[in-house]
Each structure stands twice: as structure tokens, then as C-alpha cells.
Design a protein around this ligand. Structure first.
Ligand SMILES: [Zn+2]
Length: 76
């Protein structure tokens, strides 16, 4: 452990938009990106964990049979 807090090289801060496949949903209340890695899938706006898919954010159920969300051309 180093004593330098919050500025460790090679480690992306949670306020930076994830580009490694983690959930890139911005959690406004926490002023950070989600960064979840579990169950993340690519959507039109970016990678999303199950809690932050376009459908989940609109309070809609996930399409049960949608192998390719990128082809689901709903406006986001
Ligand atoms: Zn998320």
C-alpha cells in the first residue's frame, strides 16, 4: 500500500468513464460511473450491468429473448 491517496498510476478512478467493458452508466447521485463488471453487456449507449440497461433505467423488463441488444434500435 502506498500513502498516495486516490492517484495511483494504472488505476482508473471511478469518475472516469470505463473503457474496459465495465458498466459505463453515470450514477448522478454518487457522481461516479457504475464500474460494475458482473453481467455487463454491450448496449447502444455503452456497456451496462443488469441494473443499468436501457430497459432497466426506464423501469421496463429486459427483453427475454434478445441475443443482440445492439440490433434493438430503440432510441435511448
Ligand atoms: Zn451499472
Amino acid at each position: 500500500m502506498t500513502s498516495a491517496a486516490g492517484d495511483t498510476p494504472g488505476r482508473t478512478p471511478v469518475t472516469t468513464r470505463p473503457t474496459d467493458g465495465s458498466c459505463s452508466h453515470w450514477i448522478g447521485a454518487r457522481r461516479r460511473y457504475c464500474w460494475a463488471r458482473e453481467g455487463v453487456r454491450p448496449y447502444i449507449p455503452g456497456h451496462r450491468c443488469p441494473a443499468h440497461t436501457p430497459a432497466a433505467l426506464r423501469g421496463l423488463p429486459e427483453p427475454p429473448d434478445n441475443p443482440s441488444p445492439l440490433l434493438n434500435k430503440e432510441s435511448a
